[in-house]
Design a protein around this ligand. Structure first.
Ligand code: AMP
Length: 382
């Protein structure tokens, strides 16, 4: 199947072509027709599957080429001030990335978009909103601030997207999301994307989605297939030296290193810097500007290493990242999947390396069993 088979407009096909894409990924092939048809959707798709374009493309199409029964047209857009599409995401980085996709794919549509998230001033967001926007991408906290100040009008929202719904729960956003949903028109299209279908995600899906189409592109909790997994057993106090050795011996570049804590990330980043490896730490205590800069420098190859916590790294979109290192294993199995979802993307191969000390081996075994059990339970419920 080609993008031209999906019934997308010439403006969108042009933007897709400019990105060099010809073939839609599986989630795009499956989701786009349902979304174009106006259906609600529940999609199980991890970061790296092309899920963002799977909702952004049909949304742009529906805004610019209205079908029967749907309001909104390129002409109306000039008078519209309130957003017609709301995309809720768990993190600032993901908000910025979704906005980037909206702008890239919507480059020839004339549609206006904005991302609102915390950590940056609210006033520029208010001013842009006043000028009128079609698509609003938001993290829940900052959107509630705007609602509180009455600087956003959600009464015209036709389509709601909940992206990385599982992560919204992990980060405690569920009450915020419910409060936001109360402000939306009752009749609307709802699209929910999640990397896992944990029980609470199903519950939310049940409450929000009407007769959804279901799309599933990866086996539950299955890591990307082209990633090789290696575990090195090493004492905790020797991990830093081992990591430095690996950088030196293999001339590594663009390595995403995961630590469990902000403090640990800072300490490791300092150690790598001291050894002459260009490094930045990415975690929740960093200012938005510092995070954006670190990510840009990492993407452009200026930094050889980025040391991140799970929350900060969530949803990072870095093309063909060759290697992810778990300096420490995550606390929950799902985070392992999310972490290594950053490598082996869109057909490229990748390597996931875990430095594991004795204690953690036992812990890892226990969660392998747990996740296998959870798996079997889910399968048996079907
Ligand atoms: P996502 O799952 O949305 O985070 O996308 C993962 C990566 O795949 C991004 O870097 C996209 O630019 C890229 N991508 C999206 N759609 C396609 C496609 N049809 N062909 C190749 N790459 C794609």
């Amino acid at each position: 199947m080609q993008f031209t088979d999906l019934g997308l407009s010439a403006e969108l096909l042009r933007a897709i072509g400019e990105q060099g894409y010809t073939t839609p990924t599986p989630v795009q092939q499956q989701a786009i027709p349902h979304i174009l048809a106006g259906r609600d959707l529940e999609a199980l798709a991890q970061t790296g599957t092309g899920k963002t374009a799977a909702f952004v493309l049909p949304i742009l199409q529906r805004l610019t080429n209205p079908v029967a029964g749907q309001t909104g047209s390129p002409l109306q857009k000039i008078t519209h001030t309130a957003p017609r599409v709301l995309v809720l995401v768990p993190t600032r980085e993901l908000a910025a990335q979704v906005l980037e996709s909206v702008r890239v794919y919507g480059a020839h549509t004339g549609l206006r978009s904005l991302a609102v998230f915390g950590g940056v001033g609210i006033n520029p967001q208010i001013q842009t909103m006043r000028r009128g926007i079609d698509i609003l991408v938001a993290t829940p906290g900052r959107l509630l601030d705007h609602l509180g100040q009455r600087t956003v009008d959600l009464s015209k929202v036709q389509t709601l997207v909940l992206d990385e719904a599982d992560r919204m729960f992990d980060m405690g956003f569920i009450r915020d999301i419910r409060r936001i949903i109360e402000k939306l028109p009752k009749v609307r299209q709802n699209l929910m994307f999640s990397a896992t279908f944990a029980a609470e995600v199903r519950e939310l899906a049940h409450a929000v989605l009407r007769d959804p189409a279901m799309v599933e592109v990866a086996r539950r909790n299955a890591p990307a297939e082209l990633v090789t997994h290696t575990v090195i057993k090493v004492d905790q106090d020797q991990k830093r030296d081992l990591l430095l050795h690996l950088f030196a011996a293999h001339g590594w570049h663009q390595v995403l290193v995961f630590c469990r804590t902000k403090h640990g990330s800072d300490a490791l980043a300092r150690k790598l810097e001291q050894a002459g490896i260009r490094t930045a730490a990415l975690h929740g205590n960093k200012s938005q500007n510092a995070r954006t800069r670190a990510l840009a420098d990492f993407k452009s190859g200026k930094l050889a290493a980025l040391v991140a916590t799970d929350i900060a790294a969530r949803g990072l979109d870095i093309d063909s990242l060759p290697r992810v290192v778990n300096f420490e294993l995550p606390n929950v199995p799902e985070d392992y999947i999310h972490r290594i979802g950053r490598t082996g993307r869109a057909g490229a191969s990748g390597e996931a390396l875990s430095l594991v000390s004795g204690e953690a081996v036992a812990c890892r075994e226990s969660w392998l069993q747990q996740s296998e059990r959870a798996h079997q339970e889910l399968e048996s419920q079907q």
